[in-house]
Design a protein. Structure first.
Lengths: 329, 148
């Protein structure tokens, strides 16, 4: 499949990001719509807190847009995507659950834009989020267990982001095209090195996107990958160099942006929330200030589960890319 | 890059654990825990002159387990673990931490299906392997004994 072009240019009319304490202390802290310092968000469990992050982000984005949407596309990392679906009990809108591991923000955005393109809806919402504590419990060890994290590990972002798309011309920022990722597996087995597992998929999506759209890295004000972290970022740069593309200094990884080095997160941030809060905070902020006019936003996901890991499977990766640009008309 | 080359490439660019400094930290913290155990042993010996060495040993183990469980509960042990790695995992306190942390983590799913079902999630394999190896050693000891 080639790249999807959105002739109707679905506009980003509202966006909202809510992030946790650690994220608020990072370099992007000021760009988030709301900071929630309590890891429980006033709820009984971390899982409930994650749901509340979703509700907060989606309702915040709808309020910012000022248009009532018809359908929500959202997903998270927990089994059976319970955070997104349980949050929809409170939101009350028709819901399509998405799963693309940490690439979910871009995946939701692509689907939300496609529904508008197809004329199935006028206004749609795309959302994704994650919580450090729930991800640790599902994929790793209990929070109070006293072990050391390997230096290649990443830190799951606590936060959620939501974007409202509309077929009105209320905003100049549009989703103009998107490239859906292929599942690529280069045989990485180390669950503590997700960046390495995802980088080949990211390289594949970017290369196909550049070929399909006949663009090159320099045609974008910025290119973002979701949560490759330090190793994944380096690997993506080198993999693309091999294929004749130099990403240069316009390329950033949300996972590397979201935390500062002294925050002890090893290779950087990860999780669905990582790219979601960066898009609905930092990136849209830059658009609003006029610093960006055309951005390639590519969220990356490692499609593993604890079961597949214990059964000795390698980690397949996926990357979904979306172009967001300021359009004149 | 094919899969093989990629694996080598990733190995090259991935940062390695700083073994030298980690060993020093593990040695210091592990040593301090053992020192605490020895100190407690000496104290108990003084307070309870009627107890023999085995009983004192059991008391010391129980005390260390309790201390580690409390430190886990108040959120300190994971910080010690982050600093010292194996130094605080290998002693009996690490065992206590692995059980307490799992018990706390799964408390939200209820006492039976949460805490009881999951508290040996990390420590369980250690116990199983320990028992299995002990059986194998015992069997070896028995067989060797037949010929001596």
């Amino acid at each position: 499949m080639s790249t999807i072009y959105f002739q109707k240019q679905p506009r980003i009319v509202g966006w909202y990001s809510v992030a946790g304490k650690k994220e608020s202390e990072g370099p992007l802290g000021k760009t988030f719509s709301r900071i929630e310092k309590d890891e429980y968000f006033g709820e009984k469990t971390h899982e409930c807190a994650e749901r509340k992050l979703f509700v907060t982000a989606i309702e915040g984005a709808i309020q910012a847009a000022g248009i009532e949407p018809e359908i929500v596309f959202a997903g998270d990392l927990l089994n059976q995507i319970v955070s997104a679906s349980f949050a929809m009990r409170d939101v009350g809108l028709p819901f399509v659950g998405m799963y693309g591991a940490c690439s979910t923000m871009a995946l939701s955005l692509i689907n939300a834009a496609t529904f508008i393109e197809a004329g199935a809806a006028h206004t749609t919402v795309a959302a994704a989020g994650s919580h450090f504590a729930t991800a640790e419990r599902q994929y790793r060890t209990p929070l109070e267990f006293g072990n050391q994290r390997p230096p290649t590990s990443q830190w799951t972002v606590t936060g959620a982001g939501a974007t409202v798309l509309s077929d009105t011309k209320k905003s100049p920022y549009a989703v103009t095209c998107a490239t859906v990722g292929r599942v690529i597996d280069y045989g990485v087995k180390d669950v503590n090195n997700m960046g390495a597992a995802m980088a080949p998929a990211a390289a594949d999506t970017l290369e196909r996107h550049f070929i399909n759209t006949k663009t090159k890295p320099a045609d974008y004000d910025a290119i973002f990958s979701g949560d490759l972290g330090q190793i994944g970022e380096e690997a993506l740069r080198d993999l693309l160099k091999e294929r004749g593309y130099d990403l240069g200094d316009r390329y950033y990884d949300c996972g590397k942006l979201v935390y500062a080095v002294q925050q002890k997160v090893d290779m950087g941030g990860s999780g669905c929330g990582c790219s979601a809060v960066t898009l609905n905070g930092f990136i849209m902020d830059k658009f609003k200030r006029g610093d960006y006019h055309k951005v390639l936003f590519m969220a990356t996901g490692a499609l593993l589960s604890p079961t597949t890991c214990f059964q000795g499977e390698t980690i397949p990766g996926i990357a979904n890319a979306v172009v967001i640009e300021e359009v004149t008309e | 890059m094919d899969r093989q080359q990629y694996a080598e490439y990733i190995k090259k660019i991935s940062p390695k654990s700083k073994i030298g400094w980690s060993l020093v930290r593990a040695f210091i913290v592990g040593g301090l825990i053992c020192l605490l155990g020895e100190g407690l042993g000496a104290l108990y010996q003084m307070w309870l002159p009627g107890y023999d060495q085995t009983q004192i040993g059991s008391l010391v183990s129980c005390s260390l387990i309790l201390i580690a469980a409390i430190l886990t509960g108040i959120g300190v042990y994971d910080k010690i673990g982050y600093f010292s790695g194996g130094g605080s995992i290998v002693p009996i306190t690490g065992f206590s931490n692995s059980i307490t942390s799992a018990a706390m983590e799964f408390r939200k799913e209820g006492i039976i299906f949460g805490t009881c079902a999951n508290m040996f999630k990390i420590a369980g394999p250690v116990i199983v392997v320990g028992v299995a190896v002990a059986m194998l050693c015992g069997l070896g000891y028995f067989i060797v004994g037949l010929f001596l």
